[in-house]
Design a protein around this ligand. Structure first.
Ligand code: GRF
Length: 207
């Protein structure tokens, strides 16, 4: 399975996927392209270090948003991506891309959807919301991307305990380490090995 990973920041989820492929935890998968909207994203350095093709395609480089969308779609075509992984990607995915790659775009969100998700809930804001509500369990969700925000069919979730002395930063770190970096590679492995199907908007995992 050829995978394109879209990133915006540190790329720790990208790194988890790179490591899982390199150590054989994820099979039948190859990252063929890493695309960032941010030329300074450390995620691009991570790709560089592992000899993975990478490029920056930023909305700022285009007069019209439509031209950015076309450039992004063209890059995915050229890469012959079968699966698109959003790993901390902060740009809204164009509708025509969602339609073209129906149930072939996955996202990792740092909460147990439908809690603390949707517009405005990204990065630390997700964890601030969890701490503000006083939940005892939070976690991460890997889901297919549809036209909404964090609304697509859920593939995998993993819970993480919230500790009394947690700050948004300590909680974010634990959710990444204990949940995101576990379920994203696992979801890719399941998809790459034909074990995931979507029926009536619900994900079925075989074996
Ligand atoms: C983090 O907030 C993570 O929870 C979310 O995207 C942000 C950056 O992730 N998935 P990464 O380190 O760039 O993968």
């Amino acid at each position: 399975l050829k995978i394109a990973v879209l990133v915006s920041g540190g790329g720790t989820n990208l790194q988890a996927l790179i490591d899982a492929i390199e150590n054989g935890t994820v099979t039948n998968a190859q990252i063929v392209s890493v695309i960032s909207n941010n030329k300074n994203a450390y995620a691009l350095e991570r790709a560089e270090k592992h000899g993975i093709f990478h490029q920056c395609i930023s909305p700022k480089d285009f007069e019209m948003r439509e031209q950015f969308h076309d450039a992004l779609l063209q890059a995915l075509e050229t890469a012959e991506a079968d699966l698109i992984v959003l790993a901390g990607y902060l740009v809204v995915i164009p509708e025509k891309m969602i339609k073209k790659y129906r149930n072939r775009i996955i996202n990792i969100h740092p909460s147990l959807i439908p809690s603390f998700c949707g517009t405005g809930f990204y990065g630390l804001k997700v964890h601030e919301g969890a701490l503000k509500r006083g939940v005892k369990l939070t976690g991460a969700t890997c889901h297919f991307v549809d036209e909404g925000t964090d609304t697509g069919p859920i593939i995998l979730q993993k819970a993480v305990e919230v500790k009394e002395d947690d700050t948004p930063e300590t909680l974010q770190r634990r959710v990444m380490e204990e949940a995101e970096w576990v379920i994203l590679p696992r979801a890719v492995h399941l998809i790459a090995n034909g074990q995931v199907s979507v029926e009536n908007g619900f994900v079925k995992i075989s074996q």
